[in-house]
Design a binder for this molecule. Structure first.
Ligand code: ADP
Ligand code: MG
Length: 682
């Protein structure tokens, strides 16, 4: 244990400078170092014959240095070492830039392994800057070599040498937290073997065995953590809410709720009537009508004499929720207030006073709702919208303001089942799997930049019919060096205003604008004073302008599928036929395939599955912001079977030993895993 907690400076070759660089990767101790896992591996086990090297191929050759290497100074700052290497099949000319020491290091008549990319042609083979080491050393060649994620000041060489030392120091004293019988039952290798082979695998099979063990352990600990949180929650008692006649609420709505909306509401009401704190995720595709589920829960809560709060990730969204919900709920005698960053100090003081006295029943806002000095008389329900945008701390700060308020989390990110199991193992989930009637699918096209003139004509034609359009660009910059000026929202807008769409009202909104300015533009767009809104992804979540019928996404390859789906969800919200156009000049096959999926399906769940499959969970929209304790090895896209196995094992262990008295090491690791997250998932 103590060995593992040692500072990385303990390792030879790691001084102040490198320790600082490693700190950027959050590597401070030997333990941190050993859990810095390779990003991939290079299989350098087999050496090829020189004659078999194909130009462009990256491989090892084992060859004899035929003559003393030569060193030449090409110019200041550029030294060149050249040598000729031979094997029984042919000749390889090798050059090294700025590694003049190799001139004396590489001995004529000795055999070395060179690992690099073959250049030249079949008659004259060359290699520039290969990795080189004496044959038989097997440090960087002749084996499977780890490739680590790096940072400035730390090279692969330094990192893998340090790893080697770290492993040698600790491998045999690594504590095995899995009980032996469990380890055997699930055919898991010992921890020392696992660490050795995840870093320096002896063979692909050994790597698999190591990876399986480490992934199992992660999933196992994580599941135990979630289950313990849940059982703790189940022991908390809150006053059950009483029955409320919901008829007046339903009757006041301008439409009939869908079956899925009603079911979600009923499920939430059952939770709040149970005497246990609700912790429910309401998941529904964009446009599925989650807001009304929230509104029903607010109504139910307020009729029970408690206050409710709804927290949105952006000012615009909070504003829009307020505009949509306040008139409806005020009509039912529910007193609403909007509290955001741009609320004036005076208004804020008055709202705070009324929240504290209980005169306000329902507060809608941004994180201002949880800022210092905002207190509630009897907060009973907290709804967070599009929760992937919220940090852990914010969500728990809000729940700390009530006496264990009920929590309803609304998410438009359809989470694939495997991921949901992990992310929300602790939450109850309602799925709104039905769209309000009359929605037409959004016709989606993937096109190249050459299509733009036609696209602008199309927008003009729809504008003439009274529709509006969004154009999303992927970054804001006034930087002259921007590689593609279309990326710059402001420039793009100017270009449209003076060029292709000069006859339309074009405006832009981006993240660098002041909240007030953004709001003004969004309000103008909603009021149809603007025909075309150019924006960054600020509009991504939740904004509702039913008259908008076109969504154009420039540089669509920059976005994940789930994000594209979210963006597309901004249109097709009204009765008009709507379109989504993905513009990309990227010819990459994977990119084309990804965009094609968008044109083929409107099913958010399917898209999410594809996204997970293509990008992996690490990249999956928002996973990090969920406060998910890092899964470094387990791949939720692929390790479904292992996840089930780990879950079963966790259940068995907890059934036999609920407090983990028999395995304090497991308990400790679980606790560590959840320290920063305990509040989020409670
Ligand atoms: P999201 O799930 O994306 O938050 P919203 O709650 O914003 O969806 O609802 C999208 C649109 O559909 C809104 O304009 C809303 O008024 C409307 N809507 C919600 N429920 C229904 C329904 N049952 N029938 C018809 N329209 C509905
Ligand atoms: Mg919404």
């Amino acid at each position: 244990m103590s060995e593992l907690s040692r500072d990385v400076r303990y390792i030879k070759g790691i001084g102040e400078q490198r320790a600082k660089a490693l700190a950027k990767l959050d590597i401070h101790t030997l333990r941190d170092l050993l859990t810095w896992f390779p990003r991939k591996y290079d299989d350098r086990r087999v050496a090829k014959r020189i004659a078999d090297l194909q130009p462009g191929e990256t491989a090892c050759v084992e060859a004899l240095v035929a003559a003393p290497p030569t060193l030449s100074h090409i110019r200041r700052g550029l030294d060149l070492v050249k040598l000729r290497a031979v094997d029984e099949s042919g000749i390889l000319d090798v050059t090294f830039f700025n590694q003049s020491w190799l001139k004396n290091n590489l001995q004529p008549g000795e055999t070395y392994i060179f690992y690099g990319t073959a250049e030249g042609n079949l008659l004259r083979r060359q290699m520039a800057n290969p990795v080189v080491e004496p044959a038989g050393r097997r440090e960087f060649t002749g084996r499977i070599v780890p490739v680590y994620p790096l940072t400035a000041g730390i090279s692969q060489l330094i990192l893998s040498r340090s790893m080697r030392q770290g492993l040698d120091a600790c491998r045999d004293i690594l504590p095995d937290i899995l009980p032996d019988d469990l380890r055997m039952r699930h055919s898991l290798c010992r921890i020392g073997y696992a660490y050795e082979n995840i870093h320096f695998p002896d063979s692909p099979e050994a790597l698999d065995i190591a990876r399986r063990r480490l992934a199992f352990e992660e999933l196992f600990l994580f599941t135990i953590g979630l289950k313990r949180l849940r059982s703790r929650r189940e022991t908390v008692y809150v006053t059950p809410y009483s029955h409320v006649d919901m008829t007046p609420f339903y009757a006041a709505l301008p439409f009939t709720l869908t079956g899925a909306q009603r079911r979600s509401i009923d499920e939430a009401i059952a939770n709040m009537s149970s005497g246990r704190p609700m912790n429910r995720l309401c998941q529904g595709d964009v446009g599925s009508g989650k807001t009304m589920v929230a509104a029903a829960c607010v109504y139910f809560t307020v009729r029970n004499g408690r206050q409710a709060a709804l927290m949105a990730p952006t000012e615009i969204l909070a504003q829009q929720h307020y505009a949509g919900l306040a008139p409806l709920l005020e009509n039912m005698g529910i007193r609403c207030a909007l509290l955001t960053g741009s609320t004036t100090a005076k208004t804020k003081r008055s709202i705070c006073a009324q929240l504290l006295s209980g005169e306000i029943d329902f507060a809608i806002g941004t994180h201002a709702l949880i800022s210092e000095g905002v207190e509630y008389a009897n907060l009973g329900l907290v709804v967070t919208d599009e929760q992937h945008r919220f940090g852990v701390a914010q969500r728990s700060a809000l729940s700390a303001k009530g006496h264990t308020p009920h929590m309803l989390v609304m998410s438009a990110t359809p989470i694939p089942r495997t991921l949901a199991l992990i992310l929300y193992g602790d939450l109850d989930v309602s799925v709104i799997d039905e769209l309000p009637p009359g929605r037409q699918p959004v016709d989606t096209f993937a096109v190249s930049g050459s299509y733009r003139p036609r696209l602008y004509n199309f927008i003009r034609k729809l504008a003439a019919e009274g529709r509006q359009a969004y154009i999303v660009c992927s970054l804001v910059t006034e930087n002259e060096d921007a590689p593609d000026e279309r990326k710059a929202v402001t420039e793009y807008t100017k270009a449209l205003q003076t060029g292709a769409l000069s006859d339309l009202r074009v405006a832009c909104v981006h993240g660098k604008m002041k909240a007030k300015e953004k709001e003004a533009v969004m309000t103008a767009f909603a009021a149809h004073e603007i025909d075309v809104l150019v924006s960054t992804t600020v509009i991504e979540v939740g904004v509702d302008v039913p008259n908008a019928a076109v969504m154009v996404i420039e540089n669509a390859e920059h976005f994940g599928l789930s994000q594209l789906h979210q963006l597309r969800g901004r249109v097709g919200r009204g009765k008009h036929k709507s379109y989504c156009v993905l513009v990309s000049d990227n010819k990459n096959e994977d990119t084309r395939a990804r965009l094609k999926i968008m044109t083929q399906t409107g099913d958010g769940f399917r898209i999410a599955e594809e996204d997970l499959r293509l990008r992996g969970p690490g990249d999956f929209f928002g996973v990090r912001q969920h406060g998910l304790p890092g899964l470094r090895i387990a791949d939720l896209g692929c390790d479904t079977r292992l996840l089930q196995e780990a879950q079963t094992a966790a259940e068995e262990l907890l059934a036999a030993d609920p407090d983990l008295d028999g395995c304090p090491a497991v308990r400790e690791r679980v606790a560590a895993l959840f320290t920063q997250n305990a509040n989020t998932l409670n």
